[in-house]
Design a protein around this ligand. Sequence first.
Ligand code: ZN
Length: 274
Amino acid sequence: MNPVVIAVAITGSVPRKSDNPAVPVTPAEQIESTHEAFEAGASLVHIHVRNPDETPSSDPALFAQVQEGVRKHCPGMIVQFSTGGRGRDQAARGSALYLRPDMASLSTGSVNFPTIIYENAPSLVSDLATKMQAGGIRPEIEIFDLSHLHGAKRLVEAGLMHDKPHVQFVMGVKNALPAEEHLLDILLGELRRVLPHATWTAAGIGAGQARVMQWALARGADAVRTGLEDNIRITKERLAASNAELVRLAADAAAAAGRRPATAAEARALLSIA
Ligand code: ZN
């Protein structure tokens, strides 16, 4: 069976403990939750950090603590920092990149989110891409709209990014791309045209998580994404008990598609990370 990278987005910037008590917020909770997810088959962790009051933070000291704990307890697991914008000061979004995580998320355009404009001005996009390139950090390009693929292509053309980035299609964010299967085909077709060497994955938000994962697996995605950042429920009635429970569901979905969770070493080879 071909391995598939299971990425776990453990915290995000939106869900609070009042939404699901399993959302890890402190670095200690985040390290423990990541370790459980790693044991369940996750090989990549996507990290946001939070202030003690659970609001989103950009504090490099928090990113450093989580990275150190993950590297210690989850050998080889790919560490990916979020540079996402929700609730964070624009100027601070790249402030933890000097810590040189393996990967970082990079949005290449703006889009409407449920209640705000997710702003990614051209100058910010180039600045973050420049920092990632200087630090040898592999970008994961977040695609909330078709135009963002072309934003990524422009970075390649400007020499600010390798021509083999990792690309994530994000579907099911209200006011952005809906979670519809034919849209994934359109996005993938355009990816093949403009960034033919890219690896790819797709994230379904909320109730779309399992569906989008199935569509991605059916199309041979290099990775799938799960975790409490995107979805806090197992069913409409039941909250997820942990990130690990969501990872186990992802491993089951992979098996149903004839795939198996990649080990950390396989994940690094698949995503070209040393
Ligand atoms: Zn995120």
